[in-house]
Design a binder for this molecule. Structure first.
Ligand code: GDP
Length: 439
């Protein structure tokens, strides 16, 4: 579930807040020995939100001498474990130098931070809340853990984060389901020959699995021990002799198959690859967010195979920059050659399409990138990227919080996407990056 870490210097009221959020469910608190001896976890409830809360208060009884170093280590660990942090201050004390140390840690880790100012009841409390603005960690929320005040504001700050997290868990991959594969390409590229080579024999026509769904024909097959559902509309219909105007049908059916697929194999003819129709299908696959593998067929007819492969890679990179890094595999469907490589490329593409990158890794990466190549500064003011998280997979989609999202140039977004692809090995899948205006 969603994890919220409560961090802050001793005596700001972390435990009181922890107890209020966890309440009677305190019985469930798990004192995990060893690893997290100083971190308490409990199941929290706030309105209709349920989440896990991590408390770093265990240190308050620690030896004051060793406190700063351990507190830092513990806070860093809590930040890395958590999906968000509630950074707690004491309104009556204002912002102390020790608070600044915590703010620094949080800024450097770039985690999602909710700034809470505890003991905020009364006029002195209000002043403390105002003062907290200067930390630059967004809008401070006035709280009273002891009296239960400010819980509505805390709810409002947490709710979108918990919802986003829940949405992310929902779209987790389902390993029990066959991988949905579409084989698309121009007529005569060899699609049905390829699918038949995968199936072995002409099972396509007779197999009991072969059926016509509303929009496409599919067949289930265990290919090298992995279950696939293959969509190859045109080829199948041709074999089934239901097609009269093959040329027309194959393209639009190919497009439909793309929508059903997780991985799209774009099959091209080695003699004349990457013609307009191929490019159109590839582009559609990218826009639909599918993983793409390019298979170059009729490789048996190619003379100078090494040179041709180099040429093809160059052409592909030039004509389809949006599919940068997608694998290109040479096959001979008719001889059944290159199928193992193709299968492996499909599995790899499917895996990166499902990839999940942890928020702490992403933010470490974002920090390095923005330090090495800062975002532009239109009007003399630099655009700041505060935080990045992966909101979903299939395909990997990222959200960055950015003050002036609408001024972010396309070129910097492309720079980030290319970097994500390179540094996290996301070859063969589209990558989405969107911005949200945030602190
Ligand atoms: P589809 O329209 O994409 O389904 O293409 P088909 O599978 O019907 O193949 C079109 C033609 O190309 C047929 O004559 C096949 O025998 C031929 N073909 C398919 N794969 C290969 C291959 O790997 N090598 C060669 N030389 N011919 C192939």
């Amino acid at each position: 579930s969603f994890k919220l870490a409560i961090v802050g210097r001793p005596n700001v009221g972390k435990s009181t807040l922890f107890n209020r959020l966890v309440g009677k469910r305190l019985a469930l608190v798990d004192d995990q020995p060893g690893v997290t001896r100083d971190l308490r976890e409990g199941e929290a409830r706030l309105g209709d939100l349920t989440f896990t809360v991590i408390d770093t208060a265990g240190l308050e009884e620690a030896d004051p001498e060793s406190l700063p170093g351990r507190m830092r280590a513990l806070t860093e660990r809590a930040v890395d474990m958590a999906d968000a942090c509630l950074f707690l201050l004491d309104a009556r004390a204002g912002v102390t130098p020790q608070d600044e140390v915590f703010a620094d840690i949080l800024r450097r880790r770039n985690g999602r931070v909710i700034l809470g100012v505890n003991k905020a009841e009364g006029a002195q409390g209000e002043a403390g809340v105002l003062e907290a603005w200067r930390l630059g960690l967004g809008e401070p929320i006035g709280l009273s853990a002891e009296h239960g005040e400010g819980m509505g504001d805390l709810y409002a700050a947490l709710e979108p984060l918990v919802a986003e997290h829940a949405a992310r868990e929902l779209d987790a991959p389902r390993p029990d389901r066959p991988i949905q594969l579409a084989v698309v390409g121009r007529p005569n590229a060899g699609k049905s020959t390829l699918v038949n080579a995968i199936l072995g024999e002409d099972r396509l026509l007779t197999g009991p699995e072969a059926g016509i769904t509303r929009d496409a024909i599919s067949v289930n097959v265990s290919w090298g021990g992995t279950d696939f559902r293959i969509f190859d509309t045109a080829g199948m219909r041709k074999k089934a002799r239901v097609v009269s105007k093959l040329e027309k049908l194959s393209v639009s059916d190919g497009l439909r198959a793309v929508r059903f697929a997780e991985v799209v194999v774009l099959l091209v003819d080695a003699q004349n690859p990457f013609e307009t129709q191929d490019l159109r299908i590839a582009d559609l696959a990218e826009r639909e967010g599918r993983a793409v593998v390019v298979a170059v067929n009729k490789w048996d007819l190619v003379e100078d195979k090494n040179r041709r492969l180099r040429e093809l890679r160059e052409q592909f990179a030039r004509l389809l920059p949006q599919l940068k890094g997608a694998p290109l595999v040479a096959v001979s469907a008719i001889q059944g050659k290159g199928l193992d490589k193709l299968r492996q490329a499909v599995l790899d593409a499917h895996e990166v399409w499902n990839a999940r990158i942890s928020t702490s890794q992403l933010n470490q990466w974002l920090r390095e990138q923005t330090e090495a190549h800062p975002p532009p500064a239109p009007g003399g003011r630099r655009i700041k990227l505060r935080y990045m998280t992966q909101i979903k997979s299939r395909p990997p989609s990222f959200l960055a919080f950015c003050q002036r999202a609408d001024e972010m140039p396309e070129s910097y977004t492309r720079f980030l996407i290319n970097g994500l692809r390179r540094d996290f090995g996301l070859e063969g899948t589209p990558i989405r990056l969107t911005y949200r205006k945030g602190e």
